[in-house]
Ligand binder design. Structure first.
Ligand SMILES: [Fe+2]
Ligand SMILES: [Fe+2]
Length: 169
């Protein structure tokens, strides 16, 4: 069954938002590399990959529904970060914005009575709970570590251990 044009439009905006997330995290990866935190940089590269997978999940969904995929421009991310905590505070703000746009998209799918859209978006609703929890945990750990060099070094090593993302993450 074809989708309502308004819903297709909102999916296009969400694909753009996921690619914007990917690009933002890739910028953060560069910041971490430049600030001698290769583990955090690796973590951000995987986050870039994960966000790309999010965009592709929606991209494939639109195509499978027989709709056209229209890609939009993504903006250059800011690189004006001060500290690792500051970077992750930015991630937190960004993910809260993404959660709101996913929730709004779900509300629209309910309103339009589009059942397949509701189901694909339920996955994203769960994913956002995970994203926000993960970011909060990192912020708390960074605050605990503070400016203690050996602890920062250890945490950087741990950040590098994050496994590569899969389509289910
Ligand atoms: Fe995402
Ligand atoms: Fe995730």
């Amino acid at each position: 069954m074809p989708m309502k044009p308004k819903l297709v439009e909102a999916f296009h905006a969400q694909i753009q938002a996921e690619f914007q997330s990917a690009y933002t995290y890739l910028g953060m990866a560069a910041w971490f590399m430049e600030n001698n935190l290769p583990g955090f940089a690796q973590w951000m590269r995987f986050q870039w990959e994960e966000e790309t997978l999010h965009a592709m999940k929606l991209y494939d969904f639109l195509h499978n529904r027989g709709e056209q995929v229209a890609l939009r421009a993504v903006a250059a991310p800011s690189k004006k970060y001060t500290t690792a905590v500051n970077v992750f505070e930015n991630v937190r703000k960004h993910e809260q914005m993404i959660t709101k746009s996913i929730n709004d998209l779900y509300e629209l799918a309910l309103k339009e009575k589009d059942l397949p859209s509701q189901i694909v978006l339920q996955w994203f609703i769960n994913e956002q709970v995970e994203e926000e929890a993960q970011v909060m945990e990192i912020i708390e750990r960074l605050k605990l570590v503070g400016s203690d060099g050996p602890s920062i070094y250890l945490m950087d090593r741990q950040m590098a251990e994050r496994p590569a993302p899969t389509a289910g993450a």
